[in-house]
Design a protein around this ligand. Structure first.
Ligand SMILES: Nc1ncnc2c1ncn2[C@@H]1O[C@H](COP(=O)(O)OP(=O)(O)OP(=O)(O)O)[C@@H](O)[C@H]1O
Ligand SMILES: [Mg+2]
Length: 142
């Protein structure tokens, strides 16, 4: 378990950029934190570090936003509005977990379909800033 102090949004973007370099196809990241914690900001930092100033919207209504990054396809999912875990099949998410890198906001919406071997990131409020705690990333260069 490793914690990172994120005093401002720039620090969240930078952590996202760094994490993006250690991910590979087949990885699934559970990205946890309350509303407005900075989950989407972290993904924005990851994507923009690799693609430049592209738009990285929150997939609140679409549930999924995918990106062709240089070394992997990224699925950024916001599962807040997923009604039932089984709907993940229709969404193509279960296949994407094998063929892409999946980063899941509100991962517990998947219930038993959430893989056992997720890389966990939990973002907590800390005064004006945030603290990110990484679990399950041992052996990764982050
Ligand atoms: N380390 C930080 N310190 C202070 N503010 C931050 C930090 N990181 C991100 N923010 C700000 O917090 C807000 C986070 O919004 P964001 O949409 O990323 O949250 P979220 O966790 O994805 O929320 P939701 O659960 O609604 O999807 C943004 O306004 C962003 O600028
Ligand atoms: Mg979000």
């Amino acid at each position: 378990m490793t914690s990172y102090l994120l005093p401002d949004e720039a620090a969240t973007l930078a952590l996202g950029a760094k994490l993006g370099r250690s991910l590979k196809t087949g990885d699934c990241v559970a990205l946890r934190g309350d509303l407005g914690a900075g989950k989407t900001s972290l993904v924005r930092g990851l994507v923009q570090a690799q693609l430049g100033e592209v738009d990285v919207p929150s997939p609140t209504y679409t549930l999924v936003q995918s990106y062709d990054l240089p070394t992997y396809e990224l699925w950024h999912c916001d599962l807040y509005r997923l009604d039932r875990p089984e709907d993940a099949h229709e969404l193509g998410l279960m296949d994407a977990m094998l063929d892409a890198v999946c980063i899941l906001e509100w991962p517990d919406k998947l219930g038993d379909l959430l893989p056992d071997t997720v890389l966990d990131i939990s973002i907590q409020f800390d005064g004006e800033g945030r603290i990110a705690t990484l679990t399950g990333w041992d052996g990764r260069n982050v």
